[in-house]
Design a protein around this ligand. Structure first.
Ligand SMILES: [Zn+2]
Length: 352
């Protein structure tokens, strides 16, 4: 099958619901794996911290993994670190853990400050990495995808709060939680704007905790902030991929109202079912299982599941969540191979 589009043209066309030559292979979720670290010589934890190594490791997903874009950072604690969270256990094969969240108690909500991306936490290093990647991505026509945490997820976790504690606050202290969700909206937008200005064309807006509150709470206490967040990201000029995690079935019917360019669907939801719920006007990304299929199964099985996702209606072929650090390289390349060999069967390619 002949290819007529560059990776960035294909990815952006998909997000505009326009015809494409084959499925997009843009890596919207995190791509740091130990196999790629060994290939490119940039290892965690240094590649979380040093701009050159960060750029090198994200580039490796394109160079060795066959994915069509770069995605940084690799962890979910950018906003948390920039607002004072303390992390530890920086390891080669695992994400760091949160020792002290930015908001350890309710009193800290009023003191929580909007970070300055030029100087706070690791934001300056990530921006530097984006700037290193810009000319390389321009040359190879690749998108640059940066992760930003959506308001509810930053309110309930992501190193800004402790998930156990925040769920109690969510039930007992709705006014304080409302104050916090407003601040997290602003924190995410300030960070996203800096990333976009540095050269990132796409924001991966991480709504991992959307299914952890009731659909009623989501409607009354959350969705307006997510709608506002997506609208402001789009006004900046960014493409927005909204990420859902866990079993999103309780709220997936509400997600199209956010009007993100695409929804990244967790592997816990069947792609055909997700497509049936959202209809033909919503762009979906996903959702090969990153923990079971991509880490534990064979390349042939990755190929089969990738084909299933394409036939079931995905527009961007990628895992349902971040690549686990232990993903074998041959499984990452099997996903890419499925997209190249079978991607002309994708929904939007059939419109071509
Ligand atoms: Zn996820």
């Amino acid at each position: 099958m002949s290819e007529t589009m560059s990776p960035i043209e294909r990815f952006h066309a998909a997000m505009e619901n326009n015809p494409i030559d084959r499925v997009s292979l843009a890596p919207v979720t995190q791509t740091g794996t130990t196999a790629l670290m060994e290939k490119c010589g940039a290892y965690w934890p240094e590649a979380h911290k040093d701009p050159k190594l960060m750029a090198q490791l994200s580039w490796a997903a394109y160079e060795y993994g066959g994915l069509e874009g770069v995605r940084i950072p690799f962890y979910v604690y950018t906003e948390a670190e920039a607002t004072g969270a303390k992390l530890s256990k920086w390891k080669k094969k695992n994400h760091p853990v949160v020792d002290v969240p930015s908001v350890p108690n309710l009193e800290a909500i009023d003191k929580l400050e909007i970070p300055d991306p030029k100087k706070d936490g690791r934001m300056p290093q990530i921006l530097e990495a984006i700037k290193i990647l810009v000319p390389k991505c321009k040359q190879e026509k690749l998108p640059i995808i940066t992760s930003v945490i959506a308001p509810l997820t930053m309110t309930l976790n992501a190193g800004v709060t402790d998930a156990m504690q925040s769920m109690l606050w969510w039930a007992k202290n709705p006014n304080e939680m409302d104050k916090l969700i407003k601040k997290t909206l602003e924190i995410g937008l300030v960070w996203a704007e800096a990333a976009y200005e540095a050269g990132s064309d796409t924001i991966f807006y991480n709504g991992a905790f959307d299914a952890s509150v009731t659909p009623d709470d989501y409607e009354k206490r959350v969705i307006r902030y997510h709608i506002e967040g997506v609208r402001k990201l789009k006004e900046m000029g960014a493409y927005v991929v909204y990420h859902s995690c866990m079993d999103i079935s309780p709220v997936i019917d509400k997600l199209p109202r956010l009007e993100a360019h695409a929804i990244s669907v967790s592997q816990e939801m069947d792609m055909a079912k997700a497509r049936e719920i959202v209809g033909e006007n919503v762009i979906l990304a996903g959702n090969v299982d990153p923990t079971y299929t991509l880490i534990k199964k064979s390349p042939e099985e990755v190929l089969e599941e990738s084909k299933y996702c394409i036939d079931a209606g995905t527009d961007i072929l990628c895992p349902g969540c971040g690549y686990g650090p232990n993903t074998p390289l041959e499984n990452m390349t099997a996903l890419a191979q499925a997209g190249r060999e079978y991607g002309h069967n994708a929904r939007l390619a059939k419109k071509n």
